[in-house]
Write a protein that binds this ligand. Sequence first.
Ligand SMILES: Nc1ncnc2c1ncn2[C@@H]1O[C@H](COP(=O)(O)OP(=O)(O)O)[C@@H](O)[C@H]1O
Ligand SMILES: O=P(O)(O)O[C@H]1O[C@H](CO)[C@@H](O[C@H]2O[C@H](CO)[C@@H](O)[C@H](O)[C@H]2O)[C@H](O)[C@H]1O
Length: 456
Amino acid sequence: MADTVTRSGTTSPGLLASLDPLLREWLPRQRWFAGKGRPVTGFSQVAATELLPAGARIGLYHLLLRAHQPQSPGDCYQLLIGVREALPPRLAPALIGHVTSGPLAGRTVYDALYDTRPAELLLEALRTGARIGALRCERDPEQRIRSGLVPRLMTAEQSNSSLVYGDTFILKLLRRVVPGVNPDLELPLALAREHCPRVPAPTAWMHADVDGDAYVVGVLQPFVQGAADGWELALRELAKGEDFAAEARALGRATAEVHRTLARALPTATLGRAQIQPLVDGMVVRLDAAAQAVPALRPYAPALRTAFTALADLAAEGHTWTAQRVHGDLHLGQCLRAPTGEWSLIDFEGEPARPLAERRMPQPAVRDVAGMLRSFDYAARSADPPAPGWAHTCRAAYCSGYAEVSGADPRTDPVLLRALETDKAVYEVVYEARHRPDWLPVPLSAIHRLAAADLP
Ligand SMILES: Nc1ncnc2c1ncn2[C@@H]1O[C@H](COP(=O)(O)OP(=O)(O)O)[C@@H](O)[C@H]1O
Ligand SMILES: O=P(O)(O)O[C@H]1O[C@H](CO)[C@@H](O[C@H]2O[C@H](CO)[C@@H](O)[C@H](O)[C@H]2O)[C@H](O)[C@H]1O
């Protein structure tokens, strides 16, 4: 397919063809690549913007590329490709490869997020509300962005890539992108409008406009300085043999505050039999697909299915539930505790593998509660020796904290809670099998327990 690089209309045919063999090898090795286990057979260009000319000391392209894979329409990825004669040693981890043909022949291409100049250029574009080629930046006029902040790429395990600027801002660049409203921007903006202090308010954001579709490609937020995430803190307390009840309670309160604000800011719904059945069907479909993909899950599948059908049975008896927008993938790593002791929630993208429309649907708020309860279990199972009693105390404290703010204790609806915990554990089995096979025993141990649990 012909490729076009847009920067005030300039074109550079052949760019993609020359990058193709290098990207086929490099992309599947990236942590954020979602199509693990299947080869990349080629690319098509969704958008390309030249940010710095390839002839300069550092060239820079912003690309949205669809990666073709067998048995899938192919996901679209955001890449920032730097071009240099040679890489200085500090950029060695960023290497993509040496181009042998086409307009960049003889040059070295690399992941430009590791490099200072490209990272500075992104912040400057956000600061000035720039429009460059396909890229369109917007910002909150109330927040000030200083120029000259020094960038560094975060090295944490992530589903996307983040740059921190002078410990003042953090820019998340989404890697797998889809057109449409992205909850990772939508929800923090809605919460900011309601002055919710539990979520850093977006400072600026970047879209790529392609054939009438807008893709959210980056979100800049204030950086919570000196913060520790809930996962680190939980592991630290576990290692010391300390309980985490006070923090779990505070986290329960923070979750309920965010839920209360989301319910005020965005549409809610009532789920009766007609709405619960498709939800349950979705859980069963995901379970079947997971059992197909991960053989270790198969023996548990019939027992796990009863967790879902019990929910459908309750709905058939006339029970209803309230649904609202939720975080969608809440776990300890998504909770940051500032040195003041205040908790913030981050990363409202939802489960990255789910379709966008599904992630944006109102759901029972207990879905997030289930995510956190799973996370306490993860932390307790990672301890040596495992500490199930620790997780149990956290569960109780978190649910109590949640009830203090929301007025509703999630434990009073055990059928819903069990269905959602089971659904999450099934998701985790697939996630770990794909991304971190060594961790697979952690969700599998929960599967074992959930499958054996008596129905209330
Ligand atoms: N506003 C923030 N302040 C400080 N650190 C942050 C902030 N947002 C994210 N982080 C850090 O960046 C990491 C990745 O952010 P996250 O939004 O979870 O990205 P991803 O979707 O790629 O997993 C978090 O685990 C956290 O350590
Ligand atoms: O943070 P992400 O949006 O990238 O979420 C994905 O990765 C998480 C792991 O980094 C994964 O979370 C699972 O492992 C956590 C411990 O590392 C644990 O606290 C969570 O409870 C567990 O689900 C998350 O599921 C995945 O979507």
